[in-house]
Design a binder for this molecule. Sequence first.
Ligand SMILES: Nc1nc2c(ncn2[C@@H]2O[C@H](COP(=O)(O)OP(=O)(O)O)[C@@H](O)[C@H]2O)c(=O)[nH]1
Ligand SMILES: [Mg+2]
Ligand SMILES: [Zn+2]
Length: 350
Amino acid sequence: MATDSPDTVALTRFGWNADVARAWERQRPLGARPARLTAVHRATVELEFGHGREAARVLPALLGESFATGDWVAVEHDEMGALWVVARLERRTELARATASGARQLLAANVDVLFVVMGLDGDWSPRRVDRYLALARQGGVEAVVVLTKADLCEEAAARAAELERRLPPETAIHAVDGRGRSAAAALARHLGPGRTAVLLGSSGAGKSTLANTLLGAEVQRTGAVREGDDTGKHTTTSRVLLALPDGACLIDTPGLRGLQLSAGEEEVQEFFVDVSELAARCHFRDCRHESEPGCAVRGHVDSDRLDNLHKMQREAARLEEDAQARKERRGGDKAISKALRAWVKQKRAT
Ligand SMILES: Nc1nc2c(ncn2[C@@H]2O[C@H](COP(=O)(O)OP(=O)(O)O)[C@@H](O)[C@H]2O)c(=O)[nH]1
Ligand SMILES: [Mg+2]
Ligand SMILES: [Zn+2]
């Protein structure tokens, strides 16, 4: 299919760009049309075609694959007129976390920038920012920290400065009133035609408020902050893909409670770029930056951030142990049933 067909022109508002066109050409699903996935339901997926949305079913052959908001897919009609997803394009980036049981859960695919949205109220947690930054790094996505409710916080500038000292130097940090036009102006340089951004953060952090400000319209429902507490009401129940006036598109999401990396213990440090860069100069190759001599990290990276890295490594180790234990249990079950079958066979023979 030509990259400037009516279908793809309509999709430029939803992130179709030269990279996606190349992925499409590479896989070239004959006779199929492209669409962008906006939501995953139990039996169907919801697709954006640029000029409207439609539900589609997924070919049984693809059911083993996982899908995420932001995926690019190829669709075809069957003779009955039903719409089917027949292929998924290779992803350029993906954001995924671990569930409590250790499974890998995709949060979004093919996004360029992750807005880490955190309220400068009770939501404030530098350690949580570390996690989001690691998640973005793992997924190959640029992270931008957006501190909302700056209008409600007297120390907004001081807190932004605290994060600036803590995080890798290239990290963009904005403290904003998410309701005001100045917030849109501050974030504009991370957006632009063909770019896809995703808003992640706690419920009530101000994600949907930012989405509306960027849209210049009240499209997403927002939750009112109740008197006397910080928590906004949970009003965004599913992920949604929005076309912004500047040509970018934006995924608004429901609040995330926990955020555990889906990574092995050995891997976690890689996603703390500041640590992993310095660690190359530690005396010991397996330095944990605790009390080893010749450590190039300790004293140069914020000590709370370093403690947080160690905590995340312990979590990852626990997940790996749980996964191993489950595997062994399954292996044990198999051994028992094999012995049982052998015994039955022997009984029959005698
Ligand atoms: N004063 C103020 N209120 C905000 C700001 N951002 C969000 N809110 C309020 O916080 C509540 C929760 O916002 P919402 O966008 O629904 O949060 P979400 O759950 O992250 O989507 C709403 O009542 C918003 O009006 C901000 O920057 N300043
Ligand atoms: Mg919301
Ligand atoms: Zn070290």
